[in-house]
Design a protein around this ligand. Structure first.
Ligand code: MG
Length: 255
C-alpha cells in the first residue's frame, strides 16, 4: 500500500494511492489508522508533499555501499557511520532544491529511506523491522566542498531543501528483493546499484542507532548511497528511482 501526504483545496491530507486516485484518510495513518473519509481525489488534482515530516530527526548512514566509499577515497567503516540531517532540510516531490551560495559543488545521493512508525529504543536487529512504518525515496543532497573542511557534516548535509523525500510511503516494500537505486540528472543515469550492496542492513542500523538514541514515530533513516555521486547545477532536474517506490523528482536552482 502506498500512502501519500498531499495538499488539495487548501487542506493537507493523507491518502492511499489507488489507480490514479487518492483514497482520503481521516488522519495520519501512522497515528490514526486507516479510516477513510469516503472522498477520492484524482492524483492529477493533488499536490504531493513530503510523505512525512520527521518528528525529531533524519538519521543517515555514511559510506554504506562499498563502491561509494571507494569512489571518494574512503575506507569501508567498521560500524554504521551515523549523522543527522535537520528536519528543516526536508522537502517534497517536485519541490526545488536551492543551491546555497556558500557551496560551489552540490552533489546528489539517491538513497532508500525508512520511516520509523513506533518508539524504538534498544531494539535488537531481529525485531528492528517491526518498527518500520514504511519506505520511501530520499536524496541526501550534500555540499561536497564543505563536507571535508567543516569536519562535522551538519552544515554540508543540512542546508534547507537538502533532504527531498517521497513521492509516497510504501508499507509493503521487499527489503530483501532485487530493488535498485537509480539516480538521473536531466534524464541521464548517474547512479545505479542494488540495495543488496548495503554494508550494514537497515535492521543493523536501527539496532545500532536505537542503542544510542530513541527513534520516534516519523523519524526517517537514510540508508546510504551507491557509487556514482556527482554534482548538479542550477536548472538541472534530479530524479531518484527505486524499484517499487516510484520516482522522486526535484528541480534545482541557485539561491
Ligand atoms: Mg548519503
Amino acid at each position: 500500500m502506498k500512502i501519500a501526504r498531499f495538499s488539495h483545496q487548501n487542506a493537507i491530507k493523507f491518502g492511499i494511492v489507488d489507480e490514479g486516485e487518492l483514497v482520503v484518510l481521516a488522519g495520519d495513518p501512522m497515528f490514526a489508522g486507516y479510516d477513510t473519509t469516503g472522498e477520492r481525489v484524482p492524483l492529477a488534482e493533488a499536490a504531493l508533499l513530503a510523505p512525512v515530516i520527521p518528528r525529531s530527526k533524519v538519521v543517515c548512514v555514511g559510506r554504506n555501499y562499498r563502491d561509494h566509499a571507494a569512489e571518494l577515497g574512503n575506507d569501508v567503516p567498521v560500524a554504521p557511520m551515523l549523522f543527522f540531517k535537520p528536519n528543516t532540510s526536508v522537502i517534497g516531490p517536485g519541490d526545488t532544491i536551492v543551491l546555497p551560495p556558500q557551496s560551489k559543488q552540490v552533489d546528489f545521493e539517491g538513497e532508500l529511506a525508512a520511516v520509523i512508525g513506533r518508539v524504538a529504543k534498544n531494539v535488537p536487529a531481529e525485531k528492528a523491522l517491526e518498527y518500520v512504518f514504511g519506505y520511501t525515496i530520499a536524496n541526501d543532497v550534500t555540499a561536497r566542498d564543505l563536507q571535508k573542511p567543516d569536519g562535522q557534516w551538519a552544515r554540508a548535509k543540512g542546508f534547507d531543501t537538502f533532504c527531498p523525500l517521497g513521492p509516497a510511503i510504501e508499507t509493503d516494500f521487499d527489503l530483501d528483493g532485487a530493488a535498485t537505486v537509480t539516480t538521473r540528472v536531466n534524464g541521464e543515469v548517474r547512479q545505479h546499484g542494488p540495495i543488496s550492496d548495503m554494508i550494514f542492513s537497515l535492521a543493523d542500523v536501527i539496532a545500532y542507532a536505537s542503542a544510542a538514541f530513541t527513534l520516534l514515530p516519523g523519524d526517517v533513516i537514510l540508508t546510504g548511497t551507491p557509487a556514482g555521486v556527482g554534482p548538479f547545477v542550477d536548472g538541472d532536474t534530479v530524479e531518484v528511482e527505486i524499484t517499487g517506490l516510484g520516482i522522486l523528482r526535484n528541480p534545482a536552482r541557485a539561491a
